[in-house]
Ligand binder design. Structure first.
Ligand SMILES: C[S@@+](CC[C@H](N)C(=O)[O-])C[C@H]1O[C@@H](n2cnc3c(N)ncnc32)[C@H](O)[C@@H]1O
Length: 240
């Protein structure tokens, strides 16, 4: 779905900044199409893997090690496309969210820059559980605790800690668009992704496109709560 959104909204982008780009799942295919890509990540290990994959693919990939919650981003460049597909899953608090979105806005081209930003849906735990064949007692207890705590909580973001202390942050899908508008972004699309799971490689292009058409349309509307991720496509608002 992410590649479809890039293709729909940013096919002609020449420069890309991939914040939290990890091992280059998007950065490398985009570099292969001739775009200039900078990948930033907090993990040196992920960056090394991305660099290795770029060498194997014979493509140019610039990388930079940084924490996008706190560090300044490399330079004053602006980009046609900014991807932020990961860092916002691990915010500790609303300040991390706001800091990251300010940085995204600061590196988007003023006139025609686009950003694609991903969040974890607060319903993803339920979706994960419902895909498991057998739920153990403990799973049920954890799920009930989690959803009871959310039932009367209509905040846009919720912040938790996983075992091991890793922060994990979720959004309420129905409230995220208004949050972005309030922050001064123009929202082009909001889509729940992985509504139906992922597609096996080797499926024909026409069937894949048909599947993506359905998933995109449903992900925009009645199925917003059913995806594990929420993808936003935004531009800087002209009113800002
Ligand atoms: C789930 S992975 C997604 C990687 C890639 N964007 C993708 O979609 O395949 C999340 C990535 O965000 C990175 N990340 C998390 N918090 C970050 C932060 N504060 N600054 C920069 N990168 C961060 C992680 O190291 C990891 O590589």
């Amino acid at each position: 779905m992410t590649m479809r959104l890039i293709d729909l909204y940013c096919r002609d982008a020449k420069t890309v900044c991939d914040l939290g780009g990890g091992t280059g799942v998007y950065a490398i295919p985009l570099a292969k199409t001739g775009k200039k890509v900078l990948l930033l990540d907090i993990s040196k290990k992920e960056i090394e893997i991305a660099e290795q994959k770029a060498r194997w693919a014979g493509v140019q990939l610039k990388t930079h090690h940084c924490d996008c919650f706190s560090d300044a981003l490399v330079n004053n460049c602006t980009y046609d496309l900014v991807l932020c597909l990961g860092p916002l899953y691990h915010c500790r608090n609303i300040q991390d969210v706001e800091m990251t979105l300010d940085k995204v806005a600061s590196i988007m081209k003023d006139d025609d820059g686009t950003a694609i930003i991903a969040f974890l849906s607060k319903y993803s735990k339920f979706n994960d559980a419902s895909r498991k064949k057998i739920l153990q007692d403990n799973d049920l207890t954890c799920l009930c605790d989690y959803y009871e705590s959310l039932m009367h909580n209509d905040t846009v973001f919720s912040f938790q800690k996983r075992s091991g202390g890793i922060p994990v942050s979720f959004v309420e899908p129905s409230l995220i668009k208004a949050f972005f508008v309030e922050k001064g972004f123009a929202v082009l699309d909001v889509v729940a992704s992985d509504v139906f799971g992922s597609i096996e490689s080797g499926i024909s292009l026409s069937e894949t496109n048909r599947f993506l058409n359905v998933a995109h349309e449903l992900g925009r509307t009645i199925k917003l709560n059913d995806g594990n991720h929420v993808l936003m496509v935004v531009k800087k608002s002209i009113n800002k």
